[in-house]
Design a protein around this ligand. Structure first.
Ligand code: 13P
Length: 257
């Protein structure tokens, strides 16, 4: 299965100059790189999606949003819909990120409604799951993650489920520079695949991409992705540095199996 690297630019790139400089530098680094068989996705803030789509002419680089509401249109002040992102040329959207769960009290049920709306509008959802430090210390990580998956995927057909990308992002590893061991990541992958196989059968379970996210750097890319048997990575801070992001992409690309 083709691997994927996703950059979550979060709430950054505050000026037009900063945005343009980022895109220039990204293009330059990508052109210099030896990436061949890798899907690359950049998720800028919603206000930059249109510009990123227009300036990105590279075939294997897609653009995504960082969040959506679960309705297409209406009186939902401040919200952005999947239909809007799709119409601007986005192909992906992040759903259920731990920062949305933490600062906006988003639940698995909210994520489920958003995933369904993204699928309805032809966007690939990137569904984030992962336990907190307290969950792991209490030995509850499998239970928490299983619940996030079962509730997030509720009432989604197997045909649709196959296209969802799941990102395992332990909350304690996001923004912390602490990363899990390869076998801890692999155990979560096995848990997810088992849940998918029970719900949808082996063929669909094999198609659902499972990524790792949380403090990914070039130095740790092989450990958290290849060694852990993951299908790619979701990168935060390092995606703001095109040179580092492309370095991670090259490592993932070179270590495909
Ligand atoms: P960092 O890579 O900055 O830890 O962020 C990870 C993340 O939240 C990606 O969605």
């Amino acid at each position: 299965m083709q691997k994927i690297i996703i950059g979550n630019l979060k709430m950054n790139l505050l000026t037009i100059a900063e945005r343009d400089q980022y895109l220039e530098s990204f293009k330059k680094e990508l052109k210099k790189s030896k990436i061949s068989d890798l899907d690359v996705v950049l998720c800028p803030p919603a206000v930059h999606v249109e510009n990123f789509v227009k300036k990105n002419k590279t075939k294997n680089v897609a653009i995504g949003g960082q969040n959506i509401f679960w309705e297409d249109r209406g009186s939902y002040t401040g919200e952005i819909s999947a239909a809007m992102l799709k119409n601007l040329g986005a192909q992906y959207v992040i759903v259920g990120h731990s920062e949305r769960r933490k600062y906006f009290s988003e639940t698995n049920v909210d994520a489920n409604a958003k995933i369904k709306n993204a699928l309805k509008n032809g966007l690939v959802p990137i569904y984030c799951v992962g336990e907190t430090k307290e969950d792991r210390e209490a030995g509850n990580e499998s239970q928490v993650i299983a619940e996030q998956i079962v509730e997030g995927f509720a009432d989604i057909s197997s045909a649709k489920a196959a296209s969802i990308v799941v990102a395992y992002e332990p909350v304690w590893a996001v923004g912390s520079d602490v990363i899990p061991k390869s076998d801890e990541i692999m155990q979560v992958k096995i848990l997810l695949k088992r849940i998918f196989a029970d719900a949808y059968g082996i063929t669909v379970a094999e198609k659902i991409k499972v990524l790792y996210g949380g403090s990914v750097k070039a130095a740790s890319a092989k450990q958290v992705c290849t060694d852990a048997g993951m299908d790619g990575v979701l990168v935060g801070r390092e995606s703001l540095i095109p040179n580092e992001f492309i370095k991670i992409a090259e490592i993932i690309n070179a270590n495909q199996f």
